[in-house]
Design a protein around this ligand. Structure first.
Ligand code: ATP
Length: 288
């Protein structure tokens, strides 16, 4: 069982030709509503790859909350521990222009109300996958008390209490998060710093260059597939989801990263943040 502790947001994607200037009103070229939040994205992507996934997340007592739960049920997640809060469901307002630049405003809503008590009774399983979009004390308790392998995707890389890293087995920053956490772009030096706390490995995802694995014994760059990427949004979420799935299957870290590179590269050739189903990628990963 993979347990995901994390966020859910309704994403409102608002397309404009040009951003308005201060005080100006512009018409949009379209509004799209989608499911988002790193917790939900990673949980759903892991389930699509065949993982047995429990999601621990909070939604509001509104229509968006109901819609989220229905979506997760359709995606075969265990939603028994999803909490319904007396608040609005989290929402993200993503305004993007014709050049693909964006502004994002997030209302944390119910995500901010997920509490340590909400974790009672549900922290059992093989792999914990969590991020930093819910309260840090909740993430810390999950990492501290979960009995299996603990993966932290430190996104966004805002960490007030570094001692939380002591409970992490595998840390998976992207390049930006890595720099924020370590203050350096030097992979080996930064990994040395993180491994003073992180128990087993740091995996830095490097976009089209693949992923770099650092442990106390060795450092290795695992290249990814060369693809014609059309939408890299959520590639990191797909990578983390896949990593959890293949670690749960008992694959070595290196093999799990090889496969996760392929699956997340494939996901950049499709629109949307969620990953592919296993049937779409089974041929690609067959030889790994
Ligand atoms: P995002 O924030 O967009 O979700 P991220 O910045 O967290 O993504 P990345 O490091 O960009 O994560 O990507 C995660 C993985 O996805 C990479 O390690 C790589 O395997 C794959 N990937 C991402 N972009 C590309 C690309 N252009 N071509 C091939 N593979 C890619």
């Amino acid at each position: 069982m993979i347990v995901v502790v994390g966020s859910y947001n309704v994403d409102f994607l608002i397309k404009v030709r040009d951003f308005p200037s201060e005080g100006e009103t512009v018409f949009s070229d379209g509004v799209y509503i989608d499911h988002g939040g790193k917790g939900s994205n990673q949980a759903v992507s892991a389930s699509r790859l065949g993982g047995n996934v429990r999601l621990i997340s909070a939604v509001g007592n509104d229509e968006f909350g109901k819609r989220a739960i229905k979506f997760w049920e359709d995606e075969r997640l265990d939603v028994a521990y999803v909490k319904i809060k007396n608040a609005l469901t989290g929402s993200a307002y993503i305004v993007f222009d014709r050049r693909g630049r964006n502004f994002i405003v997030v209302n944390r809503g119910a995500n901010a109300l997920l509490s340590e008590d909400d974790l009672d009774g549900c922290l059992n399983g093989d792999i914990l996958l969590t991020q930093l979009e819910v309260n840090e004390n909740v993430v810390k308790k999950a990492l501290k008390e979960f009995p299996g392998v603990k993966v932290l995707n430190p996104a966004p890389a805002v960490l007030n209490d570094n001692s939380l890293l002591e409970y992490v087995d595998i840390l998976t920053p992207n390049e930006i998060e890595f720099k924020e956490l370590t203050g350096t772009q030097d992979l080996n030096y930064g990994i040395d710093l993180l491994l003073k706390k992180v128990k087993r490995a740091v995996i830095v995802t490097l976009g089209e260059r693949g992923a770099y694995i650092g442990t106390r014994e060795r450092r290795i760059l695992i290249p990814t597939l060369a693809v014609d990427a059309i939408d890299t949004t959520g590639a990191g979420d797909v990578f983390n989801a896949s990593l959890a799935v293949y670690l749960e299957k008992g694959y070595s870290l290196e093999r799990a990263v090889r496969i996760s590179n392929i699956i997340s590269a494939y996901s950049t050739t499709r629109i949307g943040a969620l990953g592919p189903r296993l049937s779409e990628v089974s041929e690609l990963i067959e030889k790994e």
